[in-house]
Write a protein that binds this ligand. Sequence first.
Ligand SMILES: Cc1ncc(COP(=O)(O)O)c(C=O)c1O
Length: 396
Amino acid sequence: MSRYFMTELAVRQCETSVPDSRRLMAENAIRKQIARCSPQAGKYSGPVLVMSEERLRQNVRSFMAAMPRVRPHFAVKANPDAEILRIFKEEGTYFEIASIAELDAMLELGVDIETVFYSNPIKSPAAIKHAAVHGVVWFAVDTPEEIIKIAAIKQDAKLYLRIEVSNEGSAWPLAGKFGASATGVDALIEMAKKQAVQIAGVTFHVGSQCTNVNNWVEGIRSAKRIFEKLHDNGFAPELLNLGGGYPLQFTGDEPTIDEIALEINEALLSIPDSIQIMAEPGRYFVGSAGCLISQVVGLATRDDQRWLYLDTGVYGGLMELAEGFPSIMVSQRTGEAEIWTIAGPTCDSIDVLGKYSLPRNTEVEDLIFIPNLGAYCTPCASTFNGFPAPRMTMVG
Ligand SMILES: Cc1ncc(COP(=O)(O)O)c(C=O)c1O
């Protein structure tokens, strides 16, 4: 990265009062992500996500070391790139899917399909059939209607109940759309009995980029109560799925995987050994392995506001940024900073990413680095308005 001098690392863009040691650790990890971009930056030819194989492997290993009792199933949606899936398979990861295409990726990868979990609570009959034909056994449900659908196609499926848990403290909450309430769980149990299908487990999702460890602890407590209820109703639960949500480090204020594990491991002591524990990390496995390089295509002053237009935006994989997800932008240029309104290149007025501090002397064609984008960036990108979606490239 010798040719590129970053502005003072923009971690301060995410308001923070964390101790220096934690902040520095987060900053150093981000500097490393940007440094890995050097060869690609030198031959820039359009937005590119630079993904580090070393970091992918390290993320899996950190997770497994922190929670030895928890079997990770990578949430394929976070980044379904075939090379990433291959690396995770090599590292001993299992997988979680949400669609026919994700199941097909598993078939292509050659994993044991019985170990693949279908965690999307709403599946089309065609998707259930496709999964059943290829040997998927485990299906998530959170409504009686879904139980009827699955029972008609795969009577011997193993169902796991997605229950509602607090998503407080998560940057990207998932509560509301999914998760059965306490009365919802009763209705699910009744329907499963009526349809003579097996409820074999419980799952929850604490929300993505979750910084509130208590959400997992409370989720485990709720699952324990539901296990008792399942036993009382003649079921034999054998699975607890802790879902995703494990956060990336932006400011150092976020709990580390070891800190989260301390609480989760402790809470799991109350769960009998006969229960298989698993989780579905998505963002944590891929997010910190990917740094996006983008380029400034235009600058503008509108009244007293400075606008900076990038060559990718909301339609090019940066949807989360527009929704206020924590993020950092770093320029290749140094100089006194000012606040810019950052926008994408399309003609749509929703293609605005928010306000960031970048050098006042920014020029068209400067490169901008956006770290921690290995998850939910390239898989969400389109070529709307004819602008190329960021491509992904793997480095060591
Ligand atoms: C069912 C399910 N599992 C796991 C994940 C992965 O979550 P995260 O990327 O926050 O780890 C998601 C994300 O939407 C999900 O819907």
